[in-house]
Design a protein around this ligand. Structure first.
Ligand code: SF4
Length: 241
């Protein structure tokens, strides 16, 4: 699996505060600020220095198709389908040659598979004819592909090409608002806020840290605050034990 091959880590990392230091500045300030944000991001980085997507892929094209298929579906479900699909077809031409019904037979376990299959076929056609069968490293070109919106383009630019883009999904939206790391009324506001307040050294990886934190710790129905490594810094009013 290709994992963050283009991602660059910071050369001068910000060291996390020791527990006593963190407790002290928490007493002094209850509002989210730059120091607390850096501490949150440092702890997430210490816990997982090389985060990546849980979608399986071995090329930008495989990642692009997996992300298109993952809308309103689980990564586990997408991985199950793509493991069989990519074994027989993992290039735009090969998937296009499967034909619409052929492609559907591989992805029929994924929600909205009919619409997604049509988008994938059209995307493959455009990649073959306009991009020499390569995934373009360009937001404009990516967003022109059927089934690719800003979020999907952000994931591909970040994960396949190492751009400091932040794709705000439901997990990032929830964690950013609960913690007050980057509150916003909608995903666009949260994305803009994160881009503004996250220091450069954390920008490439913050997307994956927040997704994983939301998926496994700050879960939607009952966050696991008792085992959360940023509990003392988070400003959520209804923390659990
Ligand atoms: S303390 Fe609770 S609400 Fe805050 S980030 Fe951790 S799990 Fe989420």
């Amino acid at each position: 699996m290709l994992q963050n091959q283009n991602l660059k880590m910071c050369s001068a990392p910000v060291l996390p505060l020791k527990p006593k230091q963190a407790a002290n500045f928490n007493k002094k300030t209850s509002q989210m600020n730059k120091t607390k944000r850096i501490e949150i991001l440092s702890r997430l980085r210490n816990e997982n220095p090389h985060p990546t997507t849980e979608l399986n892929y071995s090329s930008p094209f495989e990642l692009l198709i997996a992300v298109i298929l993952s809308a309103q579906a689980t990564d586990v479900g997408v991985n199950k389908a793509t493991s069989k699909l990519y074994a027989v077809a993992n290039t735009p031409q090969a998937i296009y040659d499967l034909g619409l019904d052929g492609l559907k037979s591989y992805i029929k376990t994924i929600g909205l598979f009919n619409a997604k299959a049509e988008n994938v076929m059209k995307t493959c056609y455009i990649l073959i004819n306009e991009h020499n069968s390569q995934v373009p490293e360009s937001r404009e070109a990516l967003e022109a592909l059927p089934g690719v919106g800003r979020k999907t383009a952000n994931v591909v630019l970040n994960t396949a090409f190492g751009w400091p883009t932040i794709a705000v999904d439901t997990h990032i939206f929830r964690v950013s608002n609960r913690t007050k790391l980057a509150p916003g009324k909608n995903v666009d506001q949260v994305e803009q806020k994160l881009l503004k307040v996250v220091p450069k050294e954390f920008k490439v990886d913050v997307h994956h840290w927040l997704i994983l934190h939301g998926r496994y710790t700050c879960i939607a129905r009952k966050p696991r605050c008792g085992s959360c490594i940023i509990e003392d810094l988070c400003e959520f009013k209804d923390k659990t034990e």
